[in-house]
Design a protein around this ligand. Structure first.
Ligand SMILES: C[S@@+](CC[C@H](N)C(=O)[O-])C[C@H]1O[C@@H](n2cnc3c(N)ncnc32)[C@H](O)[C@@H]1O
Length: 390
């Protein structure tokens, strides 16, 4: 097969936008380049199929949540059957070229992440030229812990965005907004440090030493996390590791899912005359677990709002404990999954029925659930549709 069949890179482009909603798009590759490509594709509503024998944890998390499907094998001729668009992002030029040539034969437009020359389509807003890097703060390496917010890229702070624009290396969690990763300059090293619930995880010590070693090599390192770095984010462990190694470290707070996810579903965590308190609890281990540090009897006695993070699997046990310790079984509950993203869902129920509803609706992480009278206030039209990224 020869590359002669591929389009001439020097030929003028005809600029168009693709409506991909509900259409099959094949993404070949399982590394950071493929992960970058998922951002725009998923936001456009495309039905994305990833083809790769292995994927990084952030992509595995998307497959697990049902956001895309994953075929665990190398690309094979015929894989573009029924596809409207293809992205070759294997990080191996020869392998990308095979996909590009197959796409050409099947008359499917194709973007090669590494090689615009073999692409029949090019991204509309290519990231800035690598020859024009962002300004550096001298060659002293440093680490910035950035809270990326709950998912909508518009919810990162200005300071967080500035730190990303200067980064040489971005160490990213799977809940950090994907399109922020997609918008990084080419040449920025992306390290996937996702910790999947009961799944693959880079050990915290390895993340700490990675941050320190990149900074010591003179790099600007951004540790990009979902939500706020200090809300169940292990941010302080990373700050301590950097400080112990004499690496300058800055913290840029983020919008936490604990407040923003109920908020975007129209549920305020407090309301004048109704509740004067809200408590945010980790549900990653159930009540009674020897590792649990939560006093569930005290939480059950509260009258205000209880917000539970990392509590999808443990919801039946937590709901039972809250009822046992004093909360009424008919207390309203809302579960919000994938809040602030285009896949956001809200389910309303009661404490007594919570476990059954989660099972019936097949709700999966990431989810925040909220218990309390504030759930009755929910205004369904407020913030239900996240603002699309510009
Ligand atoms: C390890 S904690 C990190 C929390 C994060 N530091 C924050 O401030 O939002 C992960 C949990 O946050 C919640 N979460 C984060 N993003 C979410 C989203 N977009 N929608 C729903 N829940 C989310 C889920 O409960 C998830 O299991």
């Amino acid at each position: 097969m020869s590359t002669a069949s591929l389009p001439r890179p020097s030929a003028p482009l005809h600029p168009v936008g693709l409506r991909l909603s509900g259409r099959r798009v094949v993404l070949v590759g399982g590394g950071p380049a493929a992960y970058r490509a998922t951002a725009g594709l998923l936001e456009s509503g495309a039905m994305v199929t990833v083809i790769s024998p292995a994927v990084i944890p952030a992509l595995a998390a998307l497959a697990h949540s049902g956001a895309l499907s994953w075929i665990r094998r190398p690309y094979a001729l015929g894989d573009l059957e029924g596809a409207w668009y293809a992205v070759a992002a294997t990080e191996d030029r020869a392998a990308d070229e095979v996909v590009a040539e197959d796409a050409e034969r099947c008359r499917v437009f194709c973007t090669s992440a590494d090689d615009p020359g073999t692409s029949s389509a090019l991204p509309a807003n290519p990231p800035p030229d690598p020859a024009d890097p962002a300004p550096r703060d001298g060659r002293t390496g440093r680490v910035v812990l950035v809270g990326g917010g709950p998912g909508d890229p518009g919810l990162i702070t200005l300071r967080g965005q500035q730190a990303l624009a200067r980064a040489d290396v971005v160490v990213v969690d799977h809940l950090a907004p994907r399109s922020l990763v997609a918008g990084l300059r080419p040449g920025v090293e992306i390290v996937d440090a996702s910790k999947l619930p009961r799944g693959r995880a880079m050990p915290q010590e390895e993340i700490n030493s990675l941050l320190v070693s990149h900074a010591r090599a003179g790099r600007q390192v951004v540790r990009l996390k979902g939500g706020d770095p200090f809300v169940f984010g292990r941010g302080m462990e990373e700050v301590v590791a950097c400080a112990a190694a004499d690496v300058p470290v800055e913290v840029v707070p983020g919008v936490t899912s604990a407040v923003a996810v109920p908020g975007i579903a129209g549920i305020p965590v407090t309301h004048r005359g109704l509740t004067h308190e809200f408590v945010v609890v980790s549900g990653h281990v159930p009540p009674g677990d020897p590792q649990s540090l939560v006093d569930w009897s005290a939480i059950g006695r509260l009258r205000g709002t209880v917000v539970v993070l990392m509590g999808v699997e443990t919801a039946p046990a937590i709901a039972a404990a809250l009822i046992r310790h004093g909360r009424q079984p008919d207390t309203p509950v809302a579960v919000v999954t994938e809040g602030t993203t285009g896949r956001q869902r809200t389910i309303r129920t009661t404490l007594a029925a919570l476990g059954d509803r989660i099972r019936e609706e097949d709700l999966r992480p990431p989810a925040v659930w909220v218990v309390g009278e504030v759930v009755r206030l929910a205004a369904p039209t407020v913030g239900q549709v996240p603002v699309p990224p510009s």
